[in-house]
Ligand binder design. Structure first.
Ligand SMILES: [Zn+2]
Length: 708
């Protein structure tokens, strides 16, 4: 356990630059002097070792885990055809798109004193990296991305399930597959199981769009797929992208003290994401048809893990594809990056339906994350366990809520029943019982705990100074906070030190203490999203928020997937209403190529639109093909230029567009989360692919697609 430090992994360039930059801005006051020396093996100069309390928490947690059940390890390695030899996969843009080297440290020790044993186990399982046989005719490449890519033998070629996040890793997966079992046959069809970006973003790495257009390669997806691929991530997209820095620990180097995987998979690939629109949609609840000569039964499961999702059963092979509805983890009811809370009861019922419709005879079950399950008994065990997992969460949380337990207490009250706790595939590597139970209350009752104190509360920064004053000032809080830290009472410590940080955002000593507290809490977590969030906050409290961003701008494909209405709605969000006071106008927008028409009105400092109408006396009529408008939406050509060269026709008062443009604000994906962390560290150009320029006033800017 003491040799952990020998396995310090390569720190990504960005984080290394950070740690370096940070050492120049370290406070060198006497109180902190003893902490200037970085902990050996820790990526951050202010990083700390796990305390004896953290070691105790991790030891006790480990003792309750069902380590006797080793079936996941057998299933994870079963059917290995060829490991992937290259630990790095390069992006076309020249940077590293995928890096498994940084996760090798996980396999070099049985234990780490800074990683929850359950999370470490999951991360070791996710270190599988290569080509696997699911059964003759079905293969998976695993460990090339957050998700898996699967190949099913059709009559003329290979049917691809869920082509990962980016094209480069998909190409590498295809190459490995072809080198061993592909037999040179082409891709004959693609199936997108659901709307999240890690299930379609790499499609251009494996399919030529012309072949899709010509009908040679069908792409099959659940009904309304296009409407929901981007819509979940647009309106609050910038906030979600910022929150990814916490949930996915984007600034944390892979290290025993930092990032140790994401539970669903090791990480998200960083190549080029694209999207080719599906050509066939599964519309009914259950639909059966042949795909390249293979009979498939599709089960739509809307509003479960994703807004649109479907399972697939292949009767001829007794193979059940559970998409992302059943994986080797408790999934998110509420996702920390932010999204509408999912419906656990419906989710449970769709699993039950799959169990009784397909699961009584299926002999292999595979999914878009993790590894397959073989044998009907095992399949039923997993389906039944997952069915009960989501139903229990729904029912027992509401059971408590109906007895007065609030959203602020439920995570301390709710527990999974023993039987589910002892199933590895029900443990929280994506969702956690803590944040999911709060999510269930949010879904049914919303944010308010019904105590009027929290009905219209002061902002934290406004109430904190009174707390600090009443507690006797900063020095007293620091002393008590340090005591609580030293006693291992980290949650209590975070309560009061957070008040001080809220009141005094420039108090670096307070921020460092809060970071120390968060770091211990981070080490103690089983759930990677929780771990990353504590460690990310510690990082930003110590170093400040970096300049630059990891999120790359959205691809033209994703912009194309946005409906015009969604785009117009988003402009209403980008508009700073305070800049639009007193403006009033009506615009008719016509897109001849798609036959759409809209009335866009600015009135009461509010921008609205309604599809299907044209105003009788508009101030301006703008006629532009949707295909041209897309160039403006993606920032490739301004609306001004479209008008100047006659691509867009205008009638009426064109100056309106200028006035409207003046109200548009570009969202900065580096806004402050913890007080006093903004823009402290300047690292220019630290992520090669993601530097953003100022957005055009009429750009759509949903930023990157979000994997889940
Ligand atoms: Zn996924």
């Amino acid at each position: 356990m003491t040799t952990r430090r020998e396995f310090m992994v390569s720190v990504p360039a960005a984080a290394a630059a950070f740690a370096l930059a940070d050492s120049f801005i370290l406070e060198s006051g006497p109180a902190r002097a003893q902490q200037i020396d970085p902990l050996q093996g820790h990526f951050h100069p202010k990083g700390k070792a796990p305390s004896k309390f953290t070691l105790e928490v991790l030891k006790n947690a480990k003792a309750t885990l069902p380590f006797g059940d080793k079936r996941d390890f057998e299933e994870q390695k079963k059917g290995l055809i060829a490991p992937m030899k290259d630990l790095k996969i390069m992006a076309d843009a020249g940077h590293v798109a995928w890096d498994m080297e940084r996760f090798q440290f996980l396999d070099q020790q049985d234990d780490f004193d800074t990683i929850h044993a359950s999370l470490l186990r999951q991360s070791k399982l996710n270190n599988n990296y290569g080509l696997y046989e699911v059964m003759p005719g079905i293969y998976q490449v695993r460990g090339f991305d957050l998700s898996d890519i699967s190949f099913v033998r059709g009559k003329t070629g290979w049917i691809v399930f869920d082509p990962l996040v980016t094209a480069e890793v998909v190409r590498a997966a295809w190459k490995l597959f072809q080198a061993h079992v592909g037999g040179g046959l082409p891709v004959s069809a693609v199936i997108y199981s659901h709307t999240h970006g890690d299930h379609w973003g790499g499609v251009r790495g494996i399919v030529d769009e012309a072949d899709v257009r010509s009908g040679k390669v069908p792409i099959i997806a659940p009904i309304d797929f296009m409407e929901f691929t981007v819509s979940e991530n647009v309106y609050a997209g910038n906030a979600m992208n910022r929150r990814l820095f916490y949930q996915y620990g984007l600034l944390l180097p892979a290290s025993p003290h930092g990032y140790v995987g994401q539970g669903l998979g090791q990480a998200i690939s960083a190549g080029a994401a694209g999207l080719i629109a599906p050509t066939r949609f599964v519309e009914k609840d259950i639909e059966e048809f042949e795909v390249d000569g293979v009979n498939m039964v599709f089960q739509n499961t809307p509003n479960t893990e994703a807004p649109r999702e479907m399972n697939t059963y292949i009767p001829g092979m007794k193979a059940l594809w559970m998409a992302e509805n059943v994986i080797a983890s408790l999934h998110n009811i509420y996702t920390l990056r932010g999204a509408q809370v999912r419906d656990p009861l419906r989710w449970s019922k769709y699993i039950a339906d799959a169990l009784y419709r397909f699961g009584l005879e299926a002999e292999v079950m595979f999914a878009s994350h993790h590894w397959p399950r073989w044998g009907n008994e095992r399949i039923q065990e997993v389906l039944r366990g997952q069915r009960d997992l989501y139903a229990h969460m729904n029912n027992q949380v509401l059971h408590f809520a109906n007895q007065g337990v609030t959203i602020n207490e439920i995570h301390n009250v709710y527990e999974l029943p023993k039987g589910l706790q002892e199933k590895w595939f029900c443990r929280g590597y994506h969702g956690s019982p803590e944040h999911n139970s709060r999510g269930v209350i949010q879904r049914y009752l919303g944010f308010w705990d019904c105590n009027p104190t929290s009905l219209i509360p002061l902002s934290p920064a406004d109430s904190a100074p009174l707390y600090v004053e009443m507690m006797g000032g900063a020095a007293k809080i620091m002393a008590r906070g340090q005591d609580l830290h030293d006693e291992g009472k980290y949650l209590l410590g975070s309560e009061i030190v957070n008040k001080l940080v809220q009141a005094e955002p420039d108090n670096q000593e307070a921020k460092d203490l809060l970071a120390d507290i968060f770091e211990q809490l981070g080490y103690q977590q089983e759930n990677p999203g929780l771990r990353n969030s504590f460690l990310a906050a510690a990082y930003e409290l110590r170093s400040g928020i970096p300049q630059g961003e990891t999120a790359s701008s959205s691809s033209p494909d994703v912009i194309r997937a946005m409906s015009t209405e969604l785009f117009l709605n988003f402009l209403g969000i980008r508009m700073d209403s305070r800049k639009a006071e007193g403006m009033r106008f009506t615009i008719n927008l016509i897109t001849p190529d798609t036959g759409e028409k809209f009335i866009i009105e600015l009135e009461n400092a509010t921008l609205t639109n309604i599809q299907g109408y044209l105003a009788d006396k508009p101030d301006l009529t703008l006629t532009i093909n949707r295909s041209d408008l897309e160039l403006t939406m993606m920032g490739a050509k301004t609306l001004e230029a479209q008008i100047a060269d006659g691509t867009a026709k205008v009638e009426g008062d064109v100056s309106i567009l200028k006035r409207l443009a003046s109200t548009m604000v570009e969202f900065d994906p580096r806004f402050e989360i913890m007080p006093g962390t903004k823009g402290k560290t300047e690292v220019a150009g630290y992520i090669e692919s993601g530097i953003i320029g100022p957005a055009d006033p009429y750009e759509a800017v949903p930023r990157q697609t979000i994997a889940e």
